[in-house]
Ligand binder design. Structure first.
Ligand SMILES: Nc1ncnc2c1ncn2[C@@H]1O[C@H](COP(=O)(O)OP(=O)(O)OP(=O)(O)O)[C@@H](O)[C@H]1O
Length: 620
């Protein structure tokens, strides 16, 4: 029988001059066990799955992937492929009940940060839809390379050439709404974003998922060329590859139930099947036969390509592996904080300008609310009863109720006009941010600050125009001081909405959940503001919500810009009535403005903190 090495199909392309270091990855005896919480019954042990109340996700898995080779990790669903690549790329975040043992080495050295020498391409192509392919790659180059502009541009051109993206380099990436590049081009753009910094190791999770077989082959062929030309270590998980794709693989690792059942060259697979007495149908590939055998064995128990056979015939070679290299130099890919801010703000700005939905919804929403509220409370301020004559309680309460209504809708629309677009777009952008942060493209702080610095002035500008127009429509006192105070309160309320949007966007792990629960969180803020429920009857543990409720303060703040010192005299006795006693509000005009500004700052700070916590909780 031939030795495995005779089956290595040597590359037909001559390697280029390698200015990149070569890194072999090697993992030994990796075991991942999750203890199930629900059961306290006595442990029963299954030889394959471990004890009933614990699940062995990877069971003593060893293997290696060499520089200049493509290593495919395969196996049926639930075999442990994703867990293995997550461990190799240090993206695995174990829960409290998870135990991990074993060793992972890069050139015989342990590593803590995979990003020091490697890059990871996730399964989903999370890209900014409003940028072109070239702009997307340029953004990655700006974030990852410390070279000057000319060098960064030439690197981007090189990647575009390597990944065969020239034809679509100036096309928008696109999404469901914006027509953009194809699925295969998106996948290559995602790969390009990671390749830009020339990582010696590239790990990809399902790089062919969602692609037709021809496009999948093109993508894999490009990866093969890069692997050979630049001596990269390329590892990926893959489901049911075609025979053409299989022939590109240098090594294959097949897992089943968390155990290795084959590891070696693709060419050796046929001989191995013969060795373990597995018949390979002449109409199918050895890989298909193995997968069919696994399926049949699941029902009948007649498994040929087993872990025990792997241990007998193949494991020794794997355990003997020792990289010829020793250690590696860490890549320094992080640019300065200011540079990150600069490029992130530019990208955000382009995104705003090119997002038809965002701009349309902001402008349409503001104009609609202005017309509607202006019509509903047209010149309400002019109905103020005289203060030097007696007025009927009915007329006064009608006026005061209308004023409260006008102030309420004005503040509520300020909150929602800031919150609405964020709830619509932040969940999409959030995943792009999480992906980019996970690959350490930039700092959380620079992303957060750039977002706030771009969104705050835009909200402030729109809100100033909105509140001046509404102020005129409501017929409020045309004095500069009153108008300024009204505008300050209005802007602070809008910024509270902005902060609340970011805060709720980061509060939950699931982006859809945060988008749908965002408006619901406003209900307690509204109900417990003290205006709609008697605070004395609200349980103490929740009554503190009133103090962080913008509703409590903007209702009084807006009202006081018109009625701060007003005293009315009631018919027939002339008894005095302060509107603030009528409303039951006694916080004071400037106090309301100051607290509203503080709440806006507080929601933004909480948003920043939760964003930081979110990146620790989720891997994208
Ligand atoms: N935290 C966990 N708790 C319990 N079971 C888990 C946990 N994480 C993973 N598993 C289980 O471990 C097994 C391996 O999961 P993994 O995602 O690595 O499989 P996979 O081979 O990538 O599957 P697929 O091809 O379907 O993505 C699955 O059965 C999965 O349900």
């Amino acid at each position: 029988m031939q030795s495995q090495d005779e089956y290595i199909s040597l590359p037909k392309v001559k390697p280029n001059k390698i200015d990149n270091q070569e890194i072999d990855l090697h993992w030994k005896n990796l075991t991942v066990t999750v203890r199930m919480e629900q059961s306290k019954r006595p442990k029963v042990t299954d030889p394959l799955l471990g004890s009933i109340d614990e699940k062995i996700i990877l069971n003593d898995v060893s293997g290696y992937a060499k520089a200049g080779q493509m290593t495919a990790i395969m196996g049926p669903s639930g075999a442990g492929k994703t867990t293995l690549v997550a461990l190799l790329s240090k993206r695995y975040k174990p829960g409290p009940n998870t135990t991990i043992s074993g060793e992972i080495l890069a050139n015989n050295s342990k590593y803590k940060r995979f990003n020091d020498f490697g890059a990871f391409v996730i399964q989903d192509d999370l890209l900014m839809a409003t940028l072109t392919v070239k702009e997307t790659l340029m953004f990655a180059a700006n974030m990852r390379l410390k070279d000057d502009l000319a060098q960064r541009m030439s690197r981007v051109d090189q990647i575009i050439k390597d990944l065969n993206l020239r034809g679509c380099q100036n096309t928008l990436v696109g999404d469901n709404i914006i027509k953009g590049i194809s699925g295969g081009e998106k996948k290559r753009t995602s790969i390009g974003m990671e390749l830009i910094s020339d990582p010696p190791v590239l790990i990809l999770d399902e790089p062919t998922s969602g692609l037709d077989s021809f496009t999948a082959f093109i993508c894999m062929n490009i990866l093969k060329k890069i692997t050979i030309n630049q001596k990269r270590t390329v590892i990926f998980t893959i489901h049911q590859p075609s025979i053409d794709i299989c022939q590109l693989f240098d090594r294959m690792i097949i897992l089943n139930n968390g155990q290795t059942i084959y590891q070696g060259n693709y060419g050796f697979l046929l001989d191995y099947c013969k060795q373990v007495n597995l018949n390979v149908d002449i109409h199918s590939t050895p890989l298909d036969s193995i997968m069919n055998n696994l399926n049949e064995a699941f029902n009948q128990g007649d498994n040929k390509v087993t872990h025990s056979n792997y241990k007998i015939y193949l494991e020794e070679d794997v355990l003997k592996f020792h990289s010829q290299y020793q250690g590696f130099d860490k890549r320094r890919t992080q640019t300065s904080f200011c540079q990150e801010m600069n490029f992130l703000m530019k990208r955000q700005f382009i995104n705003y300008v090119r997002s038809p939905n965002l701009l349309r919804s902001k402008i349409f929403g503001s104009v609609f609310m202005l017309l509607f509220l202006g019509w509903l409370f047209w010149q309400v301020g002019k109905d103020q009863p005289p203060q030097d004559e007696n007025v009927s309680i009915d007329d006064l309460s009608k006026y005061l109720n209308n004023m409260r209504g006008a102030c309420f809708v004005c503040g509520t629309s300020a909150i929602f006009s800031a919150l609405g677009p964020l709830l619509m777009l932040f969940p999409i952008e959030r995943n792009i941010f999480l992906k980019e942060e996970n690959s350490k493209m930039y700092r959380v702080s620079s992303y957060f600050l750039s977002k706030v610095l771009l969104e705050v002035p835009m909200n402030v500008f729109i809100q100033i125009l909105f509140s001046i127009a509404l102020y005129a429509a409501f017929g409020f006192i045309w004095e500069l001081e009153n108008l300024i105070l009204f505008t300050v309160i209005s802007v602070s309320v809008s910024l509270s909405g902005n902060g609340l949007g970011i805060f709720t966007g980061c509060l939950f792990k699931d982006a859809k959940q945060s988008a749908s629960l965002g408006p619901i969180l406003l209900i307690p803020l509204q109900v417990f503001s003290g205006q709609y429920a008697n605070l004395a009857s609200i349980p103490k543990f929740i009554s503190w919500v009133q103090y962080i409720s913008p509703f409590k303060y903007f209702l009084e703040g807006f009202g006081r810009t018109q009625l701060n010192d007003a005293i009315f005299h009631l018919d027939p006795t002339g008894v005095e009535l302060s509107p603030w006693n009528y409303y039951g509000m006694h916080f004071g005009m400037w106090n309301c403005a100051i607290v509203l500004i503080s709440i806006a700052v507080m929601f933004h700070v909480f948003g920043g903190i939760f964003l930081k916590l979110l990146v620790n909780k989720i891997n994208v």
